[in-house]
Write a protein that binds this ligand. Structure first.
Ligand SMILES: CC(=O)CC(=O)SCCNC(=O)CCNC(=O)[C@H](O)C(C)(C)COP(=O)(O)OP(=O)(O)OC[C@H]1O[C@@H](n2cnc3c(N)ncnc32)[C@H](O)[C@@H]1OP(=O)(O)O
Ligand SMILES: NC(=O)C1=CN([C@@H]2O[C@H](COP(=O)(O)OP(=O)(O)OC[C@H]3O[C@@H](n4cnc5c(N)ncnc54)[C@H](OP(=O)(O)O)[C@@H]3O)[C@@H](O)[C@H]2O)C=CC1
Length: 291
């Protein structure tokens, strides 16, 4: 299948990164969100990230300008009907994703491939509620998208080989590496990573360490590029909690119990960097631990 136009739904931190790398690879990209503010924020974030790449000599000015020209935005989901591949990257909530697919499907060309960047939700279940379970897949980028090499490709029970090959071709054109995961809660990366983050929150909750000591211990003691609490703030605490809930519900094992302290931060609206406060407070010059 010849993929030229890609639709991206959700203009948050993942959506803007996905639009950025797709446009840089030569695809025409149409980004949709429910808020004009989110679309505007995404456009300026893409401009900043492209300028950084130009500044480091990784991308030429001409390629960055061409990429910007290839990205268009829309508040009307139906406009994505013209695209060949849709990558849904809206909030990690199954009801939100279901509603998007329900509204979008009647406008799609029959051959369009529909994918979700979900971090954890069952691809088989999402696909089963659309008209094209055989042309539906998990297309899971890592954050920050312009930097991270991996894309997890997750086949639902009905996904056909042609769809998988077409998505693999896109990953290769993006210059990234695909890893195939079976469709079980949170797939590979988040099945391992997010319980580790949740455990770090338990370590904080139980007073074994404070925010600074936990992050320093894991950076210096395990060579992680970011401490687990800094990484949780980077991913978004709402997304981390949503992933733990999918693991807990989907695998029915108490070892995936979300830490009550993680729940409390989310209930406070302290979601990490995106709200300027989480395990760190980002409102000043330097991040300050909140515990
Ligand atoms: C939740 C899920 O479903 C799945 C997930 O994504 S889990 C999260 C996976 N991601 C991680 O684990 C990230 C862990 N952290 C890291 O790897 C590093 O800290 C990092 C790459 C983010 C930053 O690295 P660093 O060395 O501290 O910073 P820095 O030197 O400033 O940046 C390195 C590069 O990343 C780029 N970068 C950093 N943050 C960026 C961002 N938010 N967006 C785009 N680019 C970014 C920088 O521009 C720089 O690129 P160049 O050298 O090509 O210019
Ligand atoms: N954060 C991460 O590290 C990673 C996240 N993911 C996954 O990517 C997806 C997006 O995450 P992320 O970018 O972090 O989240 P963000 O909260 O940064 O962005 C989500 C965006 O989706 C928008 N949105 C909500 N509902 C709709 C809708 N009905 N139609 C269109 N847009 C909508 C939100 O708008 P508003 O703000 O107005 O609600 C927001 O702009 C999730 O499924 C997440 O699990 C995957 C890999 C890594």
């Amino acid at each position: 299948m010849n993929i030229q136009k890609i639709g991206v739904i959700g203009a948050g931190q993942m959506g803007n990164g996905i639009a950025h790398v797709c446009a840089l690879a030569g695809y025409d990209v149409l980004v949709n969100d429910i808020s004009q503010e989110a679309l505007d924020r995404a456009t300026s974030q893409i401009d900043r990230n492209l300028a950084r790449q130009v500044g480091r000599g990784l991308v030429t000015e001409a390629d960055a300008d061409a990429a910007k020209d290839r990205i268009k935005t829309t508040l009307t989901l139906a406009d994505l009907g013209r695209t060949d591949l849709v990558i849904e990257a809206a909030t990690e909530r199954e009801t939100v994703k279901d509603a998007i697919f329900r509204e979008l499907v009647p406008h799609l060309k029959p051959e369009t491939i529909l994918t979700s960047n979900t971090s954890s939700i069952s691809i088989t279940r999402l696909a089963s509620r659309t008209d094209r379970p055989e042309r539906f897949m998990g297309f899971h980028f890592m954050n920050p998208v312009p930097v991270m090499q991996l894309v997890e490709l997750i086949r639902g029970i009905a996904t056909d080989e042609e769809t998988y090959k077409a998505c693999l071709g896109v990953v290769e054109k993006l210059g990234k590496t695909a890893s195939s995961a079976e469709d079980f809660p949170a797939f590979i990366v988040n099945r391992v990573l997010v319980p580790m983050i949740n455990e770090a929150v338990y370590v904080l909750y139980e007073g074994v360490g404070n925010v600074k000591s936990i992050d320093e211990a894991m950076k210096l003691g395990a060579n992680h590029p970011m401490g687990p609490l800094e990484l949780a703030d980077f991913i978004g605490l709402d997304t981390c909690l949503a992933i733990m809930n999918v693991l807990h519900d989907g695998l029915a094992d108490t070892k995936y119990r979300p830490c009550p302290l993680l729940t409390k931060y989310v209930e406070a609206g302290w979601l990490g960097r995106k709200t300027s406060r989480g395990f760190y407070d980002y409102r000043g010059e330097e991040p300050v631990p909140t515990r």
